[in-house]
Design a protein. Structure first.
Length: 368
């Protein structure tokens, strides 16, 4: 029995008696979203790169493939996943299917796009135990509703991702990281000012260290463009090797700033317009990414109402991203409430793909 057939039969049996299944690959994102429910359905046997055409900038890979394995294969050809999916364990033991299902992107997201922008096609096992394929291996074949991209961020609630085709890009020929000492307000002002200029901006990060605010800016692109931008912007230029390690630790949330081991403060992720001003949240100064669009805060989970009110007032939303403690499960909803029309669409999609509600029940939306 092949790995795919085994999973199909497992899904068929679960659908017959409405047994909930908890889809899991590397388990590196178990903390994200609501508590996993149901019997474990391990996808790691669905591993391997099935097709890779470097000249076409397309790779097709089975969902249980470790992210580190895919990134190593791309690096050999001078290519990459430009959206820099966070790995959290720092080792790339998470899987490609989990990367798509979580829909999380790293430091470069504001400049290059999100996970969903690079998903060309997908093969899915739905709640009827049917193996269905959406999209393909080129951008132009998308017609009608782009189901393959809907999978990004669905947290496994639509089915078991078996295989995905992804667009990849060449590694930029040049890179530089500049540092600027400034407070939060000045950092946001500078980022908005630079965003209106033809600069090869790729990623940014502002945070305080010992009370001193520091903005780091990463430039990527053609050699001439990067060097011209460095000369124009000024700032302190960092050694590329050191800077690469710092950006990697930011991507994987391995920096000390992200620690929630004190048992009090949770990690909150606020998604707001890049032009939003400094938010009136007390406590530890935030860590700001995506040219102002993603802001991380540390605050107790029970401050949910206030934090979400502030995020909404700024035109965004807040996610309770991580709660301290290895097994901590807060009663506070992890995700902000959806508007009634959007929630109806979400639930209708779930019912269509998974009529018995067996996949990752309650992980994304509260079960009803």
């Amino acid at each position: 029995m092949t790995e795919l057939h085994h999973i199909v039969e497992r899904v068929r049996a679960a659908a017959a008696d409405a047994t909930p299944l908890c889809i899991r690959g590397g388990g590196t994102k178990d903390f994200y979203g609501e508590a996993p429910q149901g019997e474990l359905l391990d996808t790691t046997a669905l591993a391997g790169i099935t097709s890779y055409e470097p000249s076409e900038l397309v790779v097709t890979v089975r969902a249980g493939t470790p992210l580190a394995e895919l990134e190593a294969a791309l690096a050999e050809q001078g290519q990459c996943l430009p959206f820099e999916p966070p790995r959290f364990d720092g080792n790339g033991n998470g899987t490609v299917g989990g990367m798509v299902a979580a829909g999380l992107s790293g430091p470069a997201r504001a400049s290059v796009g999100a996970v969903r922008d690079y998903v060309l096609g997908a093969t899915l096992i739905n709640g009827r135990a049917e193996v269905v394929t959406f999209g393909g291996q080129v951008m132009k074949n998308v017609a009608g509703y782009d189901v393959s991209r809907v999978l990004a961020g669905s947290l496994g609630t639509l089915g078991v991702i078996a295989e995905v085709s992804l667009k990849v890009l060449p590694v930029a020929p040049a890179e530089a990281t500049l540092a600027f000492a400034c407070n939060q307000a000045d950092a946001l002002r500078l980022l908005n000012e630079w965003g209106g200029r033809p600069l090869p901006l790729n990623a940014s990060c502002w945070a305080e260290d010992a009370g001193v605010g520091m903005l780091h800016l990463r430039l990527r692109g053609a050699v001439a463009a990067v060097e011209a931008a460095c000369a124009h912007l000024g700032g302190k230029r960092h050694d590329n090797t050191r800077a690469a390690a710092d950006w990697l630790s930011l991507r994987d949330q391995q920096r000390a700033w992200f620690s929630t081991s004190d048992g009090i403060d949770a990690l909150w992720r606020l998604s707001v317009p890049q032009t939003a001003p400094v938010l009136a949240l007390d406590g530890v100064a935030p860590l700001i990414e995506w040219h102002g669009g993603q802001r991380w805060y540390k605050a107790p989970a029970d401050q949910s109402a206030r934090i979400r009110d502030i995020a909404r007032a700024a035109g965004g939303h807040a996610t309770l991203f991580r709660v301290p403690g290895a097994n901590a499960r807060s009663q506070v909803p992890r995700f902000d409430a959806l508007s009634a029309p959007i929630e109806r669409i979400h639930r209708a999609l779930m019912r269509e793909f998974d009529p018995q509600g067996i996949f990752n029940r309650g992980r994304l939306l509260a079960a009803t």
